[in-house]
Write a protein that binds this ligand. Structure first.
Ligand code: CDP
Length: 214
């Protein structure tokens, strides 16, 4: 069983996907982390994240140790991630890893929850349950700003808003696997819903789907 959760930056996919995976006893893959780790390693080499040769080499050599660390969550790394993510060869390298995990969830789990931008459209188009989360860019900037402020009191709302707008534009305009709702996804607008309400709505859909299958 694969559950796909897509949506733009800071739409609440990560928190939701982790909770759904826990509740279902499924594996969880934050696919954005793969792009963030690639972007961060390119930056660490003082290279340009849009440099195809460097980014592809980094993506090919990513290891489990590259996928953790607070620094991966910065907006600077988010921006670098969306630049490497626009390179088709980088996406091709990371695709196999994502598909493998989806079809063979680690730890003998019966399913996997993947969150990202193209899970329902490209990585796992056959997933039987897909969600697409949205919220206005101002609401998303507000949420991301609060998260960042906990770590860095000097965070600036206007800057977070501008970075999200630029990232949305880049993620939606790219030629390969752009941010787009799959035709068979359930759309949830989270502007007026808190994290618990979103989780409850998603779990209700999953249970309806599962009982229809019985
Ligand atoms: O956490 P947030 O929503 O800000 O971003 P993320 O999910 O960690 O993704 C960071 C960047 O990676 C995005 O802006 C996308 O450009 C890229 N990404 C992608 O292209 N495809 C995915 N499946 C996941 C992330």
């Amino acid at each position: 069983m694969i559950i796909a959760i897509d949506g733009p930056a800071a739409s609440g996919k990560g928190t939701l996907a982790r909770r759904v995976a826990d509740a279902m006893g499924y594996a969880y893959l934050d696919t954005g982390l793969l792009y963030r780790a690639t972007g961060a390693k390119v930056l660490a080499q003082s290279a340009d994240p849009a440099d195809e040769a460097v980014a592809v080499k980094v993506a090919e050599n990513l290891g489990p140790d590259d996928l953790s660390g607070e620094e991966l969550r910065s907006e600077e790394v988010g921006t670098a991630a969306s630049k490497v993510a626009a390179i088709p060869k980088v996406r091709a390298v990371l695709l196999d890893f994502q598909r493998n995990l989806a079809s063979n969830p680690p730890g003998g789990k019966r399913g996997a929850v993947l969150d990202g931008r193209d899970i329902g459209t490209v990585v796992c188009p056959e997933a039987p349950i897909k969600f697409y989360l949205t919220a206005s860019v101002e609401e998303r900037a507000n949420r991301r700003f609060k998260q960042l402020q906990e770590k860095n009191p000097a965070a600036i709302y206007e800057r977070v808003l501008k970075e999200l707008e630029e990232r949305d534009a880049r993620d939606s305009a790219r030629d390969v696997a752009p941010l787009k709702m799959a035709k068979d996804a359930i759309h949830i607008d989270t502007d007026r819903l808190n994290a618990n309400a979103v989780f409850d709505a998603v779990m209700a859909h999953i249970h309806t789907h599962m009982s229809a299958d019985d």
